[in-house]
Design a binder for this molecule. Structure first.
Ligand SMILES: [Zn+2]
Length: 320
């Protein structure tokens, strides 16, 4: 088995920076990997866990016992803090952090240990505070890697005690390398995120995307959109409401591009004929709609009611 670092696609600047920190002996006790989901942050975290835990080489050998155990995620030196899956919303609870601190208090015989906290933004305030104490008075040879999307989702007290490493989305070529054999429109619409690509290319995602375009046509054309009830059940589901907004943003973007005749930049290449039928919507209105959709996406993340958000959007659209 090779080193994990060799199988990471993209993120070369980030990796160079991290390698430099390692070789210069400046590896901090807490890092926060921030950036879009599905771009490989967890993979990079595991790769550097291997580097820190390997006992043979500074940048990991990939073949010693500790290296192999990290690769299998079965190393006693590699600890994870996991979400409570049973909670209504995925949450990292204080018990999970306390369990971690208990296991960290056991002696490690001077060996490095790495703690990976994925979806760290889901720590509830008690969990974040419990972690904070550890970040203030770190254990010897224990290195934390927190993984999250948006820095604003973290308490300022946490942010001030970690070194932030920013990750960008994958390029088109990179995501094709990570997940070959997917349809062109799915790559283009994935925003360089593998989780989004998986969703789009899944049978369910393909169908929902089709529905999203149908709903968009209805939204733009139907004077009785508010009276129609057929769209409410699918929008009620928050995940699909978010997915719908993503699809609509891409449709709006494509419609604006259509007007500039730069068709090679179209994302929904397979839906071109249907998009052309929406050509009459004015650019000004499309740009307005794009802004409103971005706002709606935020409202949804902030726990707004999906159906109300879409009703409100349509009322404003009809008036615009
Ligand atoms: Zn090794």
């Amino acid at each position: 088995m090779a080193r994990l670092i060799d199988s990471v696609v993209g993120h070369t600047a980030v990796i160079d920076q991290l390698i430099q920190m390692r070789t210069a002996g400046r590896w901090p006790h807490a890092l926060l990997f921030a950036g879009p989901s599905g771009v490989g942050k967890r993979k990079v975290a595991l790769a550097f866990a291997q580097i820190l835990i390997c006992e043979k080489e500074e940048l990991a050998c990939g073949v010693c016992g500790p290296c192999l155990r990290v690769a299998k995620e079965q190393s006693e030196s590699l600890l994870f803090v996991k979400q409570d899956e049973k909670a209504a919303r995925p949450t990292i609870k204080v018990e999970a952090v306390r369990d971690l601190l208990d296991s960290l208090s056991l002696a490690s015989m001077g060996k490095n240990r790495v703690v990976i906290i994925d979806d760290a933004q889901t720590m509830n305030p008690q969990a974040a505070n419990a972690l904070l104490k550890t970040l203030e008075e770190p254990f010897e040879n224990v290195f934390f890697i927190l993984i999250g999307e948006d820095l604003n989702q973290f308490l300022p007290t946490i942010r001030s005690r970690v070194q932030v490493i920013r990750f960008a989305a994958l390029s088109l070529a990179q995501i094709q390398q990570v997940k070959p054999g997917q349809p062109d429109w799915a790559y283009r619409s994935s925003r360089g995120q593998v989780d989004r690509l998986d969703l789009l290319a899944s049978p369910e995602g393909t169908q929902k995307r089709e529905e999203a375009l149908g709903l968009f046509e209805q939204f733009c054309a139907n004077q009785d959109f508010l009276l129609a009830n057929d769209w409410r059940p699918q929008i009620k589901d928050r995940t699909w409401a978010q997915f719908n907004i993503i699809c609509w943003l891409q449709i709006v973007r494509d419609l604006v591009i259509l007007k500039t005749q730069a068709n090679k930049f179209i994302l929904n290449t397979d839906q071109l004929e249907r998009l052309k039928k929406l050509y009459s919507i004015q650019s000004k209105k499309l740009l307005w709609l794009a802004q409103q959709l971005v706002r709606a996406e935020r409202d949804l993340l902030g726990n707004g009611d999906p159906v109300l958000i879409f009703e409100d959007l349509w009322v404003k659209y009809a008036r615009e």
